[in-house]
Write a protein of this length. Structure first.
Length: 360
């Protein structure tokens, strides 16, 4: 009863704020995740072959994530844990509790929340969660110091779970933010508890500014780590490391456009341009690697390549921004699904995540 009363109070506060959530905003504090009050009822209706099929998070989701105090969240980074489960990591998460007044929010915020679901399940009927882990790597959430500590990629290597994290110093204008560093965090108990790995920290300089946000891909005994600068509409870069050396920052090699250069992040040259958050996976149906991201206009696009480094094809638009103007962070479902491609997509106007399907 107390939680319901608090929820009613939060809804009233949001209504008084005038429902001013900014479209595709960088600052996640200015949001309204309450269905109906935010103007969203049901899945969005968009033209074309790419369609939403399942509400994954929020009060309108069959997962009822409000029971884990997840009213709103974003990203939805999925990977196989190697133990029969899929882990999905979400970023800034709105719930009930002490409001984040320093950031001007009526919501209580956590920087990460993780959900587990059965591995290798056909997502045609949705992604259904069985357990969760709340805020395993807390952030002080102080503007100008660290306003959030957000996952940007996840992977399992030799029974250990790894997330690539970015420390956000300040939110800026839409699609722009400032970071302190990126780093790896690891978990040896299947994602239940996590610890930062300080020796993997990459400051926002010395070439590492191009690897503040990341995507992981395993191929041929290597972990490929794609990177961009903080924010969207930047160039994309690539590095790689032997799987056993994922936590050894000195073992990474960087693609300079012609070959792999060890240790020198400054040697990296762009492999794509004008991209937002990245997700990359081998696709057996296409016999190609698939990269998903948003383009400079914030449309969701897909590229293909015969190699992890490219050359990458011209972008194919899957969802035009005019059809769904507040979307970002398309994240590929990690298991093969034949001639259909499934991905999670965040919509800022409801600050929650939906499952999408597109024919290949």
């Amino acid at each position: 009863m107390r939680r319901l009363s608090a929820l009613a109070g939060a809804c009233a506060a949001v209504a008084l704020l005038g429902l001013t959530a900014s479209p595709a905003g960088a600052d996640p504090n200015n949001i309204n995740p309450i269905p109906g009050l935010n103007g969203i009822v049901g899945l969005p209706h968009i033209p074309g072959p790419t369609q939403p099929i399942f509400q994954v998070t929020g009060m309108a989701s069959p997962n009822r994530t409000q029971n884990q105090n997840v009213l709103g969240t974003d990203l939805g980074i999925m990977w196989d844990d190697g133990r029969g489960q899929m882990i999905t990591a979400y970023g800034d998460t709105a719930g009930l509790g002490a409001p984040n007044l320093l950031a001007g929010s009526v919501w209580a915020w956590r920087s990460q929340v993780l959900f587990r679901s059965p591995a290798n399940v056909n997502p045609r009927q949705g992604v259904n969660y069985t357990s969760s882990v709340d805020n395993p790597l807390p952030s002080p959430k102080i503007p100008g110091i660290e306003i959030s500590f957000i996952p940007t990629a996840g992977i399992s290597v030799n029974g250990v779970q790894y997330m690539s994290m970015m420390s956000v110093r300040n939110w800026g204008a839409d699609g722009h933010w400032e970071t302190n560093f990126s780093t790896l965090a690891s978990s040896g108990d299947d994602g239940q508890t996590w610890a930062q790995l300080p020796t993997t920290r990459r400051g926002n300089d010395s070439g590492f500014q191009n690897f503040q946000q990341n995507a992981f891909l395993k191929s041929g005994g290597y972990v490929y780590k794609y990177g961009t600068q903080a924010g969207r509409q930047h160039d994309g870069y690539i590095s790689r490391v032997k799987e056993a050396d994922i936590a050894n920052i000195d073992a990474y090699e960087y693609w300079d456009g012609h070959g792999w250069k060890p240790k020198d992040a400054n040697a990296a040259r762009p492999i794509v341009s004008g991209v937002g958050e990245l997700s990359v996976q081998w696709n057996q149906h296409l016999n190609q690697y698939v990269m998903m991201t948003t383009d400079p206009f914030d449309s969701v696009v897909m590229r293909t390549s015969p190699s992890p480094v490219g050359p990458w094809s011209p972008p194919r638009t899957l969802i035009d921004v005019r059809s769904l103007p507040t979307m970002y962070a398309p994240m590929i479902y990690p298991y093969q699904t034949g001639s259909d491609l499934y991905f999670l997509l965040t919509m800022h106007n409801q600050y929650n995540v939906v499952l999408m399907r597109t024919p290949l």
